[in-house]
Design a protein around this ligand. Sequence first.
Ligand code: NOS
Length: 330
Amino acid sequence: MPKAELHVHHVGSAAPHTVAALAARHPDSPVPKDPQALAEYFTFRDFAHFIEVYISVVDLIRDPEDVRLLTYEVGRDLADRNVRYAELTVTPVTSTRRGIAPEAFLEAIEDARVTIERDRGLVLRWCFDIPGELGLPAAEETARMACELRPEGLVSFGLGGPEIGVGRAQFKPFFDRAIAEGLHSVPHAGESSDATSVREAVEALRAERIGHGIRVVDDPALMEELAERGIPLEICPTSNVATRSVPSFAGHPLPTIAAAGVPFSINSDDPPMFGTDIDREYLIAGELLGLDEAGLAELARSAVRQSFLDPAGRTRLVAEIDAHLAGWIR
Ligand SMILES: O=c1[nH]cnc2c1ncn2[C@@H]1O[C@H](CO)[C@@H](O)[C@H]1O
């Protein structure tokens, strides 16, 4: 089915063969050089362990050529799954702090964006996120790159990483700045902590969509508010089980979120790290919600409607989904 992906991380989308090749180039890294060994390396004890492993993979991206290659390959994997539009969460600070000049980093991702659109018709847009564990200085650097060097493909501003001990509200000045520049606010919240973090994301960071947000189920009044205001959650079922943010698929809060009328989209987050892909996430959501083909197509339409794609592009992509569904049912 033609699709839009709204929550997928740049480095977290690197295919095992790409990660293994980068690891072989950088022998000082703890990341296995053998793609087979990566599955075990990508088995997470908890959310903090996931972030530790994630950063070890980030450490493999050391020059603009690594960035260009990674971005193009990620785009190719998305296009192979018939993703037609994706908002890719990119963390520029993790590269600039490893010595890649901001301009060179931006040139590398933009070059890959234009090339993959030309080669495969995939429309890629960026969400620049603050890695929360690096605090306010990283927020400042991210805001500066987003606002002063703003690349053409940039549509939104985010906040990722751990939530415990990393309150959302402290990042307000940086979100204010990004929003004033016309960027959309899309922070992570309520993934590894609680509903308070979702409230802070909505109130202090003026979130237009929320990354994960699953803990909102612990605050029915807030769920009602999200439903009323039409603030969607970006749901990534397998990610939540893999990082042990939820105990099992059976215990995933998605059915409660859907029943409360909170808008949401289905996404893959860091697909190779979680042994999944976007199509599998749709099937899992379909099982959790008891959906048939028409229900799955409606999920795909929701993602398009909640995206920051221009209105003409949204209409086109929804029409493609409708046409696909008609053929599927026949
Ligand atoms: O599921 C996730 N939640 C939060 N951050 C994530 C996730 N997946 C990848 N990152 C990435 O973790 C890095 C460290 O802050 C950031 O680059 C963020 O984008």
